[in-house]
Design a protein around this ligand. Structure first.
Ligand code: ADP
Ligand code: MG
Ligand code: ZN
Length: 478
């Protein structure tokens, strides 16, 4: 029997507001436990929540970006459950009337573009965090995260493979980071995903029973967990067993999913409208202003890079995945010319990205300006220096800034294109390697690389390769 996977994702995204959803505590990550806490987010009796308007704006802007209908009126609801990290005893979420509904976004997998439906986006507050210490065998509760604003983005069960699920997540991640409504940091839990997975025989219309996978904190884990789960469900069915609807935890070390708890139903939460908050009403003019001020979205930006600037698709995708890198790239292109965007992209994705990935360089702290990066690409293009020299001096320029052209002149790194200077080195190399010369003239033309290497070594890599090649062919074939 052939099976088909059906996948729907629930994504929780921290909104990049300065204060929490219902109080004025800061949302800063990584501070000492229980520093960002007040009576409201600690769930003291008698306190009243006050809605943070910025969170409403961010949720609405995200809704516009994924073509949702934004409800002018939405309602907060209490979702009741007990857990030590939830001092109120309920989460304030949205249930029957969420802020956004009926959206979609496009994904492209193997060159095929597909539309994935977005059922709803709702606002809610995050819970705190339990910290289990193995050292003193005690569990602690940190409420810094309690009350941090979240949106939950629920997709339709429209994905059919782990690749599609990851493509959807990456597209959504690019949207929230390009809009600036979230930092999207997956390691810090600002962008979290639960994957609902079921399988059905190919051709069958009805969905199979789903499991919900948790603890997926990287794109790779999402991919691995879904692949494992599809294979596991297939084995169960082939062994004649039924799939149990349950929540399963992904064990990233073992690469497997394990049962965590049986799936709770909506009625278990005793949802009811939050009595301490009025329905959220958004003024239509305000809503229109938010829509009108949306930036260019990642999909459009990606297509512009590929179609107008001739950036290869894979490179364009790498750029899009990081809005700060994108901004640096665009500013560099603006400093030179759109016709030269590809040459600039090569520096961004080569030495600059290497510095970011390997040396932990962050763009807001580098001394090199986008205009200086463009200048470096330009002096390679004009033949003043070779690409190799440009890469060699890149780390210094990145750290210290300044004009690459002046740097090159000061250090005497300018490329030698002078034919007579190169000719004399070529003749010396030919004179010193008679055996190789004979072999070359006898047909071993692959030795050209050897001669080029010899000339370059003597000239410390500063000879213009085109002139070297020309001089060598002239003298060797003479
Ligand atoms: P719950 O809170 O019970 O998980 P939600 O409505 O928040 O319910 O989310 C349900 C998610 O599961 C949605 O993303 C939906 O697309 C997905 N889903 C529903 N049925 C299936 C199914 N049979 N197989 C896979 N995914 C499913
Ligand atoms: Mg769920
Ligand atoms: Zn607070």
């Amino acid at each position: 029997m052939k099976y088909e996977a059906v996948i729907g994702l629930e994504v929780h995204v921290h909104l990049a507001t300065r204060s929490k959803l219902f109080c004025s505590c800061p949302t800063t990550f990584g501070v000492e436990p229980n520093q960002n806490v007040c009576e409201v987010c600690a769930g003291m009796p008698g306190v009243l929540p006050v809605l943070n308007e910025k969170a409403v704006e961010y949720a609405a802007r995200l809704g516009f970006a994924v073509d949702c209908t934004i409800n002018n009126d939405s309602v907060f609801a209490r979702k009741n459950y007990f857990y030590p990290d939830l001092p109120k005893g309920y989460q304030i979420s949205q249930f029957e009337k969420p802020i956004c509904e009926h959206g979609h976004l496009n994904i492209t997998v193997d060159g095929q573009t597909k539309r994935i439906g977005i059922t709803r986006i709702h606002l809610e507050d995050d819970a705190g965090k339990n910290i289990h210490s193995a050292v003193d065998n005690v569990s602690y509760v940190d409420l810094n995260r309690a009350g941090v604003p979240l949106v939950e983005i629920v997709s339709e069960p429209d994905m059919r493979s782990a690749e599609e699920a990851v493509a959807y997540l990456k597209a959504l991640h690019a949207i929230v980071t390009h809009l600036g409504v979230s930092d999207g940091n997956m390691e810090e839990g600002s962008f979290r995903c639960d994957a609902n997975v079921s399988i059905r025989p190919v051709g069958q219309e009805a969905f199979g029973t789903r499991t919900e996978l948790k603890n997926l904190n990287s794109f790779r884990h999402v991919q691995k967990a879904i692949e494992y789960e599809i294979a596991r469900q297939q084995d169960e069915l082939e062994d004649g067993n039924a799939i149990v609807q349950e929540t399963r935890l992904f064990d990233s070390a073992k690469g497997i999913t394990l049962p965590m708890r049986s799936k709770e139903e909506a009625q278990d939460y005793r949802y009811f409208p939050e009595p301490d908050l009025l329905p959220v009403h958004i003024d239509p003019e305000k809503l229109e202003a938010w829509r009108a001020s949306l930036p260019e979205l990642p999909e459009a930006r990606l297509n512009r890079f590929i179609q107008e600037w001739q950036i290869p698709a894979a490179d364009a995708e790498t750029l899009i995945a990081d809005p700060a890198l994108c901004a640096f790239f665009e500013a560099s292109v603006a400093a030179w010319s759109p016709q030269q965007a590809r040459k600039i992209a090569n520096f961004i994705l080569g030495p600059l990205l290497r510095a970011i990935n390997q040396d932990g360089v962050t763009l807001d702290r580098v001394a090199m300006t986008p205009a200086q990066l463009a200048e470096l690409a330009r002096i390679v293009d004009s033949g003043l220096i070779s690409t190799k020299i440009a890469h060699d001096i890149f780390p210094d320029l990145l750290k210290d800034g300044g004009s690459p052209e002046e740097y090159v002149k000061q250090k005497g790194l300018a490329q030698v294109s002078d034919t007579s200077a190169i000719d004399s080195v070529v003749l010396a190399v030919i004179a010193e390697n008679p055996a190789e010369v004979e072999a070359f003239r006898g047909g071993k033309t692959k030795l050209m690389a050897f001669f080029v290497g010899q000339v370059m070594r003597r000239m410390k890599g500063r000879a213009n390769p085109a002139v070297v090649n020309e001089a060598l062919s002239r003298h060797l074939n003479a």
